[in-house]
Write a protein that binds this ligand. Structure first.
Ligand SMILES: Cc1cc2nc3c(=O)[nH]c(=O)nc-3n(C[C@H](O)[C@H](O)[C@H](O)COP(=O)(O)O)c2cc1C
Length: 315
């Protein structure tokens, strides 16, 4: 049996490269299997050299990023007409092998899968305000229905929860704005162009004052609104916490898969959005969120969605 064709490998690798990653570090590498027994296999390895010691000392965001890329890899394989099995951390002797995906048979992709695949080329981090138009119940239900085993999707809503979140994001912004080592690392991973290639760092547009402090990356010059204003602005957003029952590597990879699955569904439904993990690297913020939302598990990411204001984000 012959293995992946060049075209198939290309499609899978290109899809992986379009996944979001922390500071656009793209901390993964793919290896396509070509042995006789498993000619249609692809492994995703974590790139430990793409480290962010200040932002992500434990490598949590790196594994979440690998999970997001894995969601794209699996989707691409479906669109190629394959079903697949997934093994996470399949070999204890190779702890950097995050996942092995093995094609198991042929089946046409569903409309929903084709829609998500279409969406993956248009997904971008949108760190600006959304249009005033609220998201409808149908879209909310669609996002809530996206399911990755072992991951919870917890909407943040109601005056008290939004006020608590605003307080935590306000605190985060002040701490990170004053953290020189953090700011140096972020600058080092900021590409000098609007549209950096995958793995080349975050867009220079994130330096602009128009990037929202609660929606993006906090810089030295970021103006931080007061807590009441922040809470008011959060009220116009669809906010979802991605939480996991534990905080190990498996949880982090699954959180990344779930977040990206939801993000693609949201993009397909015409929404724009961005993700945040910045706040969850401050232990007091993570603990504060667990307490104020009565979470059962560990918050891994915050997703924010809304209707775009009729333009492609200036990058
Ligand atoms: C694990 C993870 C953490 C991220 N954390 C943040 C964050 O805290 N703030 C932010 O503005 N963007 C965050 N991002 C978004 C990345 O910066 C973004 O995906 C990357 O720059 C590529 O740009 P794109 O999403 O427009 O393709 C995160 C992405 C991932 C996967």
């Amino acid at each position: 049996m012959t293995g992946w064709t060049l075209g198939e490998k290309n499609l899978i690798a290109t899809a992986a490269a379009r996944a979001p990653s922390v500071h656009n570090t793209e901390p993964w590498v793919l290896e396509f299997g070509n042995d006789e027994l498993h000619p249609h296999q692809v492994s995703l390895y974590e790139r430990l050299d793409r480290a962010l010691p200040r932002h992500d000392p434990l490598g949590r965001d790196r594994l979440i990023s690998c999970g997001a890329a894995l969601a794209h890899v699996r989707l691409a394989i479906r669109v190629l007409g394959w079903t697949s099995d997934l093994a996470l951390f399949p070999d204890p002797a190779r702890p950097d092998e995050v996942a092995m995906v093995t094609a198991t048979g042929r089946a046409a992709p569903s409309e929903a899968e084709l829609g998500c695949f279409d969406a993956h080329t248009g997904r971008r981090s949108h760190r600006k305000p959304f249009a005033a138009r609220p998201t409808d119940d149908e879209t909310r239900a669609l996002l809530a229905a996206q399911n990755v085993a072992g991951v919870g999707l917890r909407p943040v809503r109601g005056r008290d929860e939004l006020a608590a979140l605003a307080k935590l994001l306000h605190h985060t912004a002040l701490v990170l704005r004053a953290d020189h080592a953090y700011q140096r690392e972020l600058s080092a991973w900021t590409a000098p162009v609007r549209d950096p290639l995958p793995g080349e760092g975050v867009s220079a547009a994130t330096r602009r004052a128009t990037t929202l402090p609660w929606a993006g990356l906090v810089r030295r010059t970021t103006a931080v609104p007061d807590i009441a204003t922040l809470a008011d602005r959060l009220r116009g957003e669809l906010l979802v916490v991605v939480e996991t029952p534990d905080d190990g590597p498996l949880d982090q990879v699954r959180a990344g898969m779930a977040a990206e699955t939801v993000w693609l569904a949201a993009t397909g439904a015409g929404l724009a959005g961005s993700v945040l993990t910045q706040p969850f690297h401050l232990s007091e913020v993570r603990a504060g969120l667990v307490e104020s939302l009565s979470l059962n598990g560990f918050p891994q990411l915050l997703l924010r969605f809304g209707h775009p204001t009729g333009y492609r984000e200036e990058r």
